[in-house]
Write a protein that binds this ligand. Structure first.
Ligand code: DHB
Ligand code: FE
Length: 454
């Protein structure tokens, strides 16, 4: 994988990136739990019983029992999280850091008093510095490694064989899909109302889409949506957030969770995208635990119907359009281009679609609720197809005035559009389907499928 991880050859150092974070999720969550006095007391009273409550790996639990911080970090632990374990044992940060160096507490303290460890010879693996040796290991870790060596060599052989026989190539974006995500559409599906006169014309407009999707099922959907006060409450609302978990349950938005399958993620590709996009100077929030709301599940139903399992993996990508300031159209369009570069640098021949959801015109609040602007919406669709760059410079106030306060969701469509090949100098996309319908609940429903050619 062509991930740019220049920090891998820094001696005696583990950088906590999205891959480590995913690996260490439950270990670090366990550590966080020790911030409560009551949990510390329970852990101290019976470590095994307390650890049994956490879905950590056996190795992570063994590393915790051994209090071997190097070992814990190897399994995904992060020092700031692990420090809660040290604190529970009454250790200072200096004692914890020193415990990983192979020095005695006194030796480490003396080294710090004498000015600290020198970077000379410790910048790159293979230089002659004093941090170049093997990591200090507890007896428990050594015993663990001996025991697992056999399994490990088998796993390495297997991985090598898979790499050699595996198909070579890069991921590519084959198409983008745009759709409103009105929750009432989900309710109509869940309550068997799709054939009612109010709903039938809407679902008819998505019949060609379902057919198209049968013929163009991707491996992965990069699905841009906004969390609607579901996963993110007002304590934290990230501007851009990527879901790196292995699975995402449908959220309970107050009516009970929708009866739709859980969404299977693609942690490796998601981590790769996070790494690449952040290195392109977009600040993404990495989310390891996320429940997905109607913003994501309703478009899935519109495109796939109601299967027992979703037929592909999904990377949820949240954009804040709830609390101002929300990102500009231009920022979203540029982000889409960065996402395209990230996806197309992933060394596995995956077929990836990128979806933009939300909109079109709607206002859900105040005396102006119910605003619909079909002309404006259709011009938005025209320009999204033929002039996305020009469209991306439209200021927020135009969305609000013309398409209603919640019409601002449409900036998310520019992320998907920015990821299409023509924006990077390729051929113009083919419009495989276009549909517009008023109303669904409070909203004008718009829908487009754009295929990348070649
Ligand atoms: C409606 C539309 C939305 O996009 C949404 O998030 C919630 C409600 C509606 O039209 O009712
Ligand atoms: Fe919405």
């Amino acid at each position: 994988m062509s991930l740019d991880k220049p920090y891998l050859d820094v001696p005696g150092t583990t950088i906590f990136d999205a891959d480590q974070s995913r690996k260490g999720y439950w270990l670090n969550q366990f550590c966080m739990s020790l911030m409560k006095a009551e949990n510390r007391a329970r852990f101290k009273a019976d470590e095994d019983a307390y650890l049994a409550e956490w879905p950590m790996t056996d190795e992570q639990k063994a590393a915790v029992r051994a209090r071997d911080l190097n070992w814990a970090m190897k399994t995904g632990g992060n020092i700031y999280f692990l420090s809660k374990l040290g604190a529970t044992d009454g250790l200072s940060f200096q004692q914890m850091a020193g415990s990983m160096t192979g020095m005695s507490e006194q030796q480490y303290r003396d080294m710090m008093v004498a000015g600290g460890r020198s970077p000379e010879g410790n910048r790159v693996v293979g230089e002659g510095g004093d941090a170049q040796g093997a990591m200090s290991q507890s007896a428990a870790w050594k015993a663990w490694e001996e025991k697992t060596q056999k399994d490990l060599s088998a796993a390495v052989q297997q991985a090598q064989a898979a790499t050699e026989s595996g198909a070579k190539g890069r991921a590519r974006i084959s198409a983008s899909v745009y759709s409103s995500h009105v929750p009432a559409i989900g309710a109509a599906i869940d309550h068997g109302k799709t054939a009612e006169p109010y709903w039938a014309p809407l679902f008819k407009g998505f019949e060609p889409s379902k057919q198209w999707m049968k013929e163009h099922t991707p491996d992965v959907i990069f699905l841009v949506y906004n969390d609607h006060a579901t996963n993110f409450d007002l304590s934290v609302i990230p501007t851009f957030a990527i879901g790196t978990a292995a699975e995402f349950e449908p959220a309970d938005e107050g009516y009970g969770p929708r009866p739709v399958p859980k969404v299977m993620g693609h942690p490796r590709l998601a981590s790769h995208i996070a790494q690449s996009v952040i290195q392109q100077d977009f600040d993404l929030t990495i989310v390891n635990d996320l429940k997905v709301d109607h913003g994501l599940t309703v478009p899935m139903n519109l495109m796939f119907g109601s299967p027992a399992q979703w037929p592909c993996r999904v990377i949820p990508f949240h954009v804040n359009v709830v609390q101002y300031p929300v990102p500009s159209g231009a920022r979203c369009f540029a982000l889409g281009q960065a996402i395209r570069r990230a996806i197309e640098s992933y060394d596995e021949p995956l077929n990836v679609q990128i979806w933009g959801t939300g909109g079109m015109s709607h206002q859900l609040q105040g005396p102006r609720a119910g605003l619909i602007n079909a002309d404006w919406d259709n011009r938005f669709l025209d320009r999204l197809i033929a002039d996305p760059k020009g469209l991306s410079t439209m200021p927020h106030i135009d969305y609000v005035r013309e398409a209603g306060s919640e019409g601002i969701e449409l900036v998310m469509w520019l992320i998907a559009r920015g990821a299409m090949a023509d924006v990077a100098g390729g051929p113009a996309p083919k419009v495989a389907h276009r549909f517009f319908h008023v109303p669904a609940s409070n909203t004008a429903v718009g829908h487009l499928i754009l295929e990348n050619k070649g």
